[in-house]
Design a protein around this ligand. Structure first.
Ligand code: ZN
Ligand code: ZN
Length: 295
């Protein structure tokens, strides 16, 4: 079966709605605040998945007159916001837990509630894995953000279930908020990671692997004097590079274009979606001489 980013995103929304229904049921059965906060976290999941689907749709729009570089950054914006939603979820859990620290609640029979919550957590775990695999395959930062969000949800749910289970056996009801707080810390770290990763592309951070490859290709290429001012950036799986190429003043336009086309073709082997711009300068007009080609 052929799946794509959009289908996987749709799956995340449907799965999220199912998980939320189950968690809400678990809360209604047990009246547990921890399970309620777990269910609340799932609402954020659904909102985030819908946002992710929209952003993937926007990102898939081909370049147009107003967006010559395409619409890919919609995914980064979505992942960035998703990171904040993860953080909000963590603070919701902290809020619910802190109240319980000072006011432990004796839990009633919660076996069925925990079983339902565990089922929901299994569904979330599978969803998270499917999303993560597709994110790696397609280079979709929005999907990756959402898969990490779901995984953080799995961790928090396990924390809540284990805490409630131990608390119901031992009567140490303080365990419940303590475990939930620990999980919240893990979730905060993940949220910060998602925000940071989304911002690297938004901030046009250089791509070290592309710069290294340019240096290798230029080292293996002759027919020029030097090159300088390499600028690289990436956006999901799309790479962009530009640099200046200094050639002999009497080189023909035809020859210099053939040279740059050859360099571009070589780079495209490793970076299929790369857009390269090489600015050719004659030797008497070069702006610097940082790199010399191998003799
Ligand atoms: Zn050309
Ligand atoms: Zn220059």
């Amino acid at each position: 079966m052929m799946v794509n980013k959009q289908q996987v995103a749709m799956l995340a929304i449907i799965g999220g709605a199912l998980v939320f229904s189950l968690k809400l049921l678990a809360f209604l059965l047990t009246d547990s605040v921890a399970l309620l906060s777990d269910a609340l976290e799932s609402i954020i999941n659904i909102v985030a998945s819908i946002m992710m689907l929209i952003s993937i749709r926007i990102a898939a729009i081909p370049e147009d007159q107003n967006h010559r570089y395409g619409h890919n950054k919609a995914e980064n914006i979505s992942a960035f916001v998703e990171g904040f939603l993860i953080l909000i979820a963590a603070f919701l859990i902290i809020g619910a837990s802190v109240g319980r620290l000072f006011n432990p609640v004796e839990l009633a029979d919660i076996d069925l509630g925990l079983a339902i919550s565990l089922t929901a957590t299994c569904i979330n775990g599978v969803l998270s894995y499917v999303l993560f695999r597709e994110a790696r395959r397609s280079g979709s930062i929005a999907l990756e953000g959402d898969s990490k969000h779901l995984f953080s949800d799995v961790l928090s749910s396990i924390g809540v279930v284990v805490g409630l289970f131990i608390a119901s056996i031992t009567g140490w009801y303080i365990l419940d908020p303590l475990l939930a707080l620990l999980v919240a810390v893990i979730i905060i770290r993940m949220g910060i990671g998602v925000v940071r990763k989304a911002s690297t592309d938004l901030m046009d951070q250089s791509s070290p692997e592309l710069e290294r490859r340019i240096q290798e290709v230029m080292g293996a290429t002759g027919g020029y004097i030097e090159y300088h001012d390499i600028k690289t950036r990436k956006n999901g799986n799309n790479y962009f590079a530009e640099f200046h190429l200094c050639v002999k003043g009497d080189m023909t336009v035809r020859d210099s274009h053939r040279l740059t086309d050859g360099i571009e073709a070589e780079l495209r082997k490793d970076f299929p979606s790369i857009q390269v711009n090489i600015h050719v300068e004659s030797e008497d007009q070069c702006c610097s001489s940082l790199h010399r080609p191998a003799p």
